[in-house]
Design a protein around this ligand. Sequence first.
Ligand code: DUC
Ligand code: ZN
Ligand code: ZN
Length: 487
Amino acid sequence: MSELDLVVKGGTVVTAADTFPADVGIVDGVVVALGRGLEGDEVIDATGKLVLPGGIDSHTHIEQLSSAGVMNADDFHSATVSAAFGGTTTTMSFAAQHRGMAIPDVVAEYHDRAAPKAVIDYAFHLIMSDPTPEALGEHLPAAVAQGIPSVKLYMTYDRLRCTDDQILDVLSAARAQGALTMVHAENHDMIGWMSNRVVGAGNTLPRYHAACHTRGAEAEAINRVIALAELVDAPILVVHVSTIEGIEEIRRARARGLKVYGETCPQYLFLTADDLDRDGLDGAMFCCSPPPRDEFAQEACWAGLADTTLSVYSSDHSPFRHDHTGKLPKGTETTFKDIANGVPGLELRLPMLFTHGVGAGRMTLAEFVRLTATNHAEIYGLHPRKGTIAVGSDADLAIWDPDHEVTITHEMIHDNVGYTPFAGHELKGWPTTVLSRGEVIVAGGEMHAERGRGQFLARGPSPASQPLGRQIPELDMMDRWGTPFRP
Ligand code: DUC
Ligand code: ZN
Ligand code: ZN
């Protein structure tokens, strides 16, 4: 008997800091040793392979109702199986409050959905669309105490969006709990005004979705929410950033020292608005909000990742089938305004970035690990348990063959969506064996994990989610006048 349960032997370990040859020794699902010549009861030969921290996808929609009431095509089983095949070992998805719903019921419901089905570990963010005094004063603090210290707000979508004063309420309440606010930033009225006129003139095809969700709608909303966050000294993370102008807003805010984080997604690096311009309703498969833009915006996203304006690369996996159950609720009568928004991307997130990022010389292996795992763990309070390979961290590993070549077809993807927007991409680099807490869950192209083995990850507030504690001149003024005001 060896002291180690399992050794991943002979590979090249990659972390956010270093790339080095090492064996990884595991006991009870935890990394206990990194070194040379380790022996264990079981050995996985990783010669010629990279050993990466399993991916963390901090923005996914799983078994969630859309704002229009359409259920995602993936449940927690199909989504987490698909994630695992792509080298992702932790998902973060949403417990979504629609107007009128009580947050404690919502959270309980999502726990019930996930626990019996997930094959990898998972965490939740809250979505708040109804920030009543009770929700802000009791339910949000309770959710944070139960391990959900992040909340997403929408500035658009009729049934989810918050007004600016509601956003300020949530930012203040989240700040008080040390929670991070994630924001879907698009100007609702700009999009609505454009869309109504365009549909009114009889233009209903999916391609008009890309035209109506204008670049300015994103940039204006990002600018506005940064101003709101600055007023109450609350950190924010702007999700799915797609435009040159939006990235510029975040870059400027960060240069001023504000805690403003940004995220981009595969659809903004690898798709363009032209993908929506297909025969009939086929473009619906590429309809997401914000929409893919053009090659200049793609370059801006790459540059934003390179200079850390954008800290995380997530899938925004939002699975809907291309039929009446999802994308096309009104069949052939579906206009671009009715299409369920979102594209699938959980499984291909890492392989796409590896080929087009590392393989193309756009980023180092360490940057790849930061963008796919470590930064997610640090920002959302999972580090160092997740997102790295270090003594004491969970043995969540993607053993990666950098030479394995694959041409993407939708048949090879394990989600329940029926198409992939990335079909035809020729990729080099693929996870061959995936471990979650030391258990081999994917090997030889097969899934080995039991339904429900995934664990809920109760998170704590992270350093990234703490307020700056900055002086706010307007509030100082009121202090001087003897009328203190604290957000
Ligand atoms: N937009 C969202 O806001 N959420 C899910 C997917 C999408 O396209
Ligand atoms: Zn969104
Ligand atoms: Zn989303």
